[in-house]
Design a protein around this ligand. Structure first.
Ligand SMILES: [Fe+2]
Ligand SMILES: [Fe+2]
Length: 375
């Protein structure tokens, strides 16, 4: 008999963890592997968040009312209403993908679906819990978009017979509390980096249609405009409340930019086959995404990272190597593995700290907060 693959082991562990955490009395209650993968909460996997809804309720957008109403009109117009439909005869023709590529692409789809759904769950909850009409309206629109996105990815997953059980996930996935201001910084960044990631892939397959190994990439261009718009909403919220963008908060802004970039770098390097198939080198692709994201961030953040220096890249590479050692230690298991992982966590914190202390760019905020998706 062949030994179980690392993937199977991870899934089994995650099913067991889900069962231990009380999601069901027996492990087999987790409906399938895809849902088990989506349930995983690690530093690199998408999480579900909750926050202080009363603080969101108190947000005031009066200082930027005119820009706000324009943005709400765009949401209202809903120009992607018809976009997330696929021709009935189109299926994810990926059953013949090479094994390595299939595994990475499957994991990419599950992780993207979870992260879209995480936005949906948070936005829908905020909409439900606030009375402030501006917030209720905004979070209603954004929940609508994210639910469409998550459902769309899940349709393609179902072609492989591995759809995520989103209902189960809603009940079972651990929810992490984030202060409202962390939600603004982190969600703004994740919307904008989401835009940058999708548009960078779309531009690549536009130039090289022969590299498009799955039809879903055809949807990325209009799709990422939704993410861009979601980011615009958080940009306006922060610009309307400028205390969020000065003083000690600048340290949080630097922290979240670095956390988002480092997570993406490490995660992308764990998908070599997928990047090869798209004709992309993960380090170059990430530089492109950092560039787009950082240019956009200048609309709202007075500090941005110097992501293109040799020191910065060296630090990210070091984090990637540490993550590979963590994966190997996990595979080995046992007490030795726990000790080893503790040591590696300290190393990672040290490297992260050094990256954090790198010099940054500082710039005044532009008069006009709004930006158009022009990349
Ligand atoms: Fe989305
Ligand atoms: Fe979004």
């Amino acid at each position: 008999m062949n030994p179980p693959s690392q993937d199977t082991l991870d899934t089994a562990r995650s099913v067991a963890k889900a069962a231990e955490a009380g999601y069901g009395r027996t492990a087999d209650r987790v409906p399938n592997e895809a849902t088990a993968l989506a349930l995983q909460d690690t530093l690199l996997t998408p999480r579900f968040y909750t926050t202080d809804f009363a603080a969101i309720d108190r947000l005031n957008v009066e200082p930027i009312r005119e820009e706000w109403e324009k943005l709400m009109a765009e949401f209202e117009a809903d120009n992607n209403d018809e976009h997330f439909q696929r021709p009935p005869d189109m299926r994810g023709d990926c059953s013949k993908l090479p094994e390595g590529l299939y595994q990475e692409f499957r994991e990419f789809l599950i992780s993207s679906c979870t992260s879209e759904f995480s936005g949906c769950v948070l936005y829908a909850e905020i909409k439900k819990r606030v009375k402030n009409p501006d917030m209720k309206r905004l979070f209603g629109y954004m929940a609508r978009d994210e639910s469409r996105h998550a459902g769309f990815i899940n349709q393609w997953l179902k072609d492989f017979g591995i759809g995520v059980d989103l209902g189960f996930l809603t009940k079972a996935k651990k929810v992490t509390y984030f202060k409202p201001k962390y939600i603004y910084y982190a969600t703004y960044l994740s919307e904008k980096i989401g835009y940058a990631r999708y548009i960078a892939i779309y531009r690549q397959i536009e130039k090289h249609p022969e590299l498009r190994f799955h039809p879903i990439f055809l949807w990325f261009e209009k799709w990422c405009n939704d993410e861009f718009r979601h980011g615009e909403a958080f940009a306006l919220i922060m610009r309307a409340n400028p205390d969020l963008l000065r003083g000690l908060n600048l340290y949080w802004i630097r922290f979240f930019q670095l956390a988002v970039f480092a997570t993406m770098f490490v995660r992308d390097h764990s998908r070599p086959e997928m990047h090869k198939a798209l004709g992309l080198n993960p380090a170059d692709y990430d530089q492109r995404v950092f560039h787009i994201t950082s240019e956009i961030c200048k609309q709202v953040f007075p500090v941005t990272l110097r992501y293109d220096t040799p020191e910065f890249l060296k630090g990210l590479q070091a984090l990637r190597v540490i993550q590979e050692s963590v994966d190997r230690a996990k595979e080995a298991g046992g007490i030795g593995s726990l000790l080893r992982r503790g040591g590696l966590a300290l190393q990672a914190a040290w490297v992260f700290g050094r990256l954090y202390l790198q010099p940054v760019h500082r710039q005044p905020l532009p008069e006009q907060a709004r930006l158009a998706p022009s990349w």
